[in-house]
Design a protein. Structure first.
Length: 630
């Protein structure tokens, strides 16, 4: 009987998807639904957690829904769009769906970049149900001026996937969210890619997901709001039907991925990133309230800043919790996103964001290699006859985040007659080092091979990067001819990846010395931790991988053939020690001559910020580039 039901449901779902996808973003989409090995009746969609007053093991559905990656309901709520996106983390030719609501001014204010909230649906729910709740409520708050205009994304997640990669690897929902969806949203829409402008919220299982993803990736999600999260400490507190196909009854795996385990094992990284965290729960949600109170105490003991609100008279119901909240719940988003205006954009913990560019790419999403969908670049061509000198713009983000959407000082560079190639490269969540520098070098070779087509001067290439981008720019500059870093198999092996000038803004060089250089200061020393951005780049705690660290250290390759360098660092940088720049300067000066190396410390500047973009400082930068590239 069960097999017959499975076949019937599959035919119904297939028909719904094929019919519905005619109005979706990609009409050729095929249904994406995994088999359900444990459900007694996979055709049952049961009930949703987004509004149902469940709250604990009682009143739970006795059968699980299918594993849908695409919501078969393609009709979006008013003011929203139904979209599809590629999910390479699941394999080739797979896709997922999401709803997106763009702010009222999005089409008219075309130079503005907006904060984003990812809203996660609850267990046994779908994006279509969650969207009907979240999108209208946020739209009303924006219209009333209670919160800034914000992009709202409601992804379709597995109805019982917990936003955690399943233990057997068959359902990598976490990887899809982090590696596929977030980069897709940032690349497709005008988002403010600063972590402090990227929020995540969810209800029940979605609240668990908001805490899991937010606490595990605090440099991606700088604002975390968790509503009535289902954060029991023991796997037995949830029915097997809800957990079996993610955690497989393994308490150790359950603990490691739970918010409790993340606080226990990653508190230093969370404290350093300092995300804005809010947890809301209803006093009548008796199945969860004791756990939420204890979790509040756990966060406090770990020195993780947060706010916890016990909403009197509310149960396990999102709308009720928001409505009965003693303070305006939307004020949280207003305050949090206002902080993004003064947050650093390159790595967590900084000062002012750089000014937004008005420049638009002349050629967008140019594919420079085919190993990964990430390997694309945007090319900006200035006015004039050319051929133009080229600035390779390498974004920051701790090697774990960021994209090519806003190259530093693009408007000024174009006005000065420079072409700009802003590149995306594989992040550490997709590939370990040296993949990042191999991508950068492959992009350089691609541009040289196509210099005539794009009116570029192949003999005048410079690199400009900040933070992680500065590290890669420096490594690109010193490692000319290093075969292990070339990635020559990715194309244009006959071309050189050497460059003629490097602008390094506060990039790390020797990871192994960073914590030592912060010793005795008020800055957190957490780069040696196994979950630091540097450790994630090499695949393990950096002190255990000295050879891998050495391979991506630009100082390793310093020689007389290195190009001129302009190195700049803020004295108040608490992410990358200013002495990292000094190390590079000390290595370069005797090799290429002190006259070809400039090291500047900006007094009081942090990890990026307004001082770097002041007209007087940018003029020094442009003079350096003009000297060696014109």
């Amino acid at each position: 009987m069960n097999s017959i039901l499975v076949k019937i449901f599959s035919l119904i779902l297939l028909g719904a998807l094929i019919t519905g996808c005619s109005s979706a973003a990609t009409p050729t989409e095929k249904p994406q639904s995994d088999s359900q090995p444990t459900a007694a009746d996979p055709a049952s969609t049961a009930t949703t957690e987004n509004t149902a007053p469940q709250g604990g093991p009682g009143n739970q559905p006795q059968t699980a829904p299918p594993y849908d990656w695409i919501d078969p309901n393609t009709t979006p709520p008013a003011g929203a769009l139904y979209k599809l996106y590629d999910t390479p983390s699941r394999g080739a030719n797979t896709q997922g769906s999401y709803l997106i609501s763009l702010p009222a001014s999005y089409e008219t204010d075309t130079t503005r970049h907006y904060p984003v909230i990812y809203w996660l649906h609850g267990g046994f729910g779908y994006q279509s149900e969650a969207g009907q709740i979240a999108i209208p409520s946020f739209a009303t708050a924006m219209t009333a001026g209670k919160m800034p205009e914000t992009i709202i994304v409601v992804p379709q997640a597995l109805p019982s996937g917990w936003y955690v990669n399943s233990k057997d690897g068959a359902r990598p929902i976490e990887d899809v969210m982090i590696k596929d969806l977030v980069p897709h949203i940032d690349a497709t829409y005008r988002t403010n890619a600063d972590a402090k402008a990227r929020g995540i919220e969810g209800m029940s299982m979605g609240g668990y997901g908001a805490l899991h993803l937010g606490l595990k990736y605090p440099t991606i999600f700088g604002v975390i709001s968790s509503v009535a999260p289902a954060i029991h400490e023991n796997i037995t507190d949830e029915p097997d039907i809800r957990t079996a196909d993610t955690f497989f009854g393994d308490q150790t795996y359950f603990e490691a991925n739970s918010p409790w385990g993340l606080v226990k094992n990653s508190s230093a990284a969370i404290v350093a990133a300092n995300p804005t965290i809010r947890i809301l729960g209803g006093s009548n949600d008796t199945g969860l309230e004791p756990s939420l109170i204890k979790f509040d105490q756990t966060l406090t003991a770990a020195n993780i800043q947060h706010t916890w609100f016990e909403v009197q008279g509310a149960g396990h119901d999102y709308t009720e919790i928001y409505t009965k909240s003693p303070s305006d719940p939307y004020e949280f988003w207003k305050t949090a996103f206002e902080q993004a205006e003064t947050a650093q954009s390159v790595m967590p913990g900084g000062s002012d964001s750089p000014p937004q560019n008005t420049a638009v790419p002349t050629f967008k999403d140019v594919v420079y290699a085919s190993v990964s969908p990430t390997q694309k670049l945007d090319l900006y061509i200035p006015q004039g006859s050319g051929p133009f000198p080229v600035i390779i713009s390498i974004h920051g983000g701790g090697f774990i985040a960021g994209d090519k959407s806003s190259p530093d000082a693009a408007d000024q560079l174009l006005a000065r007659g420079y072409a700009i190639a802003a590149i995306d490269y594989r992040l550490s969540g997709e590939a370990l080092a040296p993949a990042q520098i191999q991508d950068v070098k492959t992009a350089v070779r691609f541009l040289r091979a196509n210099a005539e087509q794009y009116n570029l001067n192949p003999d005048k290439f410079g690199a400009w990067g900040a933070s992680a981008g500065g590290s890669l720019a420096a490594l690109l500059g010193t490692s000319c001819g290093e075969a292990a870093l070339e990635g020559a198999e990715m194309g244009n092996a006959d071309q050189s990846s050497c460059i003629q000038a490097v602008l390094d803004w506060f990039g790390p060089t020797d990871f192994l010395q960073m914590d030592k250089q912060f010793a005795g200061t008020s800055c957190p020393a957490n780069h040696d931790a196994a979950d630091s951005p540097e450790s994630k780049l090499v695949g393990a705690a950096i002190q255990t991988k000295p050879e891998a660290v050495k391979q991506v250290n630009s100082i390793t390759y310093v020689s007389p053939k290195a190009p001129p360098f302009f190195i700049e660092h803020g004295t108040a940088d608490c992410n990358v020690p200013p002495m990292q720049g000094q190390l590079l300067y000390d290595a370069l000066s005797p090799a290429i001559g002190a006259d070809k190396v400039t090291l500047t410390f900006l007094e009081g500047a942090g990890h990026g910020g307004a001082q770097f973009f002041e007209a007087s400082n940018l003029e020094k930068v442009m003079a350096f580039l003009d000297k060696y590239l014109k």
